[in-house]
Design a protein around this ligand. Structure first.
Ligand SMILES: [Zn+2]
Length: 128
C-alpha cells in the first residue's frame, strides 16, 4: 500500500484534515488493510452483478405500470357505476358497507325492526 503523497500547495486547513484522516486510517496494520481492500473488491464485483438484474426489474416495471394504470381507470369507472354486488356487501349493526366502492348503504326498511318483530312474535306465542 503506497503511502499517500503529501499534496503540493496544501492550505493549513487541508493539511489538518489530511492528518486527522491519516491518524485514524493508520490504526489498522498493512495486512488488515490488504484483507479489507480485497473484501471491498468483492463487494464491487457483487454490486456489478446486480446491474443487469436491476435493468430487468426496470423493464418489468415498465411493462407492469401501463396495465396497473388501466386497472386503476377501470376500477374508478366501476366504483362510479357500482351495483354493490352480493359478495361485496358487509352487514354492520345499522348499515351495510359495499367493500368494492366503500359506500355505506342503509339497511332496507323492511328489515329494520326484525329483532323487535321476533320478540313480539315470541311474546304472542307465550300468551296463547
Ligand atoms: Zn358498491
Amino acid at each position: 500500500m503506497a503511502r499517500r503523497k503529501k499534496p503540493e500547495n496544501e492550505s493549513p486547513t487541508e493539511m489538518r484534515v489530511r492528518q486527522i484522516k491519516e491518524a485514524i486510517s493508520n490504526h489498522a496494520n498493512r495486512s488488515e488493510k490488504v484483507s479489507w481492500n480485497r473484501k471491498m473488491d468483492n463487494m464491487v464485483k457483487l454490486i456489478a452483478e446486480l446491474s443487469p438484474i436491476e435493468q430487468e426489474i426496470l423493464a418489468l416495471m415498465a411493462a407492469k405500470n401501463p396495465i396497473l394504470d388501466n386497472v386503476q381507470v377501470l376500477r374508478e369507472v366501476m366504483v362510479k357505476e357500482c351495483v354493490h354486488p352480493y359478495e361485496h356487501l358487509a352487514i354492520h349493526a345499522d348499515y351495510v358497507e359495499c367493500t368494492f366502492c366503500f359506500k355505506k348503504l342503509s339497511i332496507p326498511s323492511e328489515f329494520l325492526n326484525r329483532e323487535e318483530d321476533m320478540i313480539r312474535t315470541c311474546d304472542d306465542g307465550e300468551e296463547t
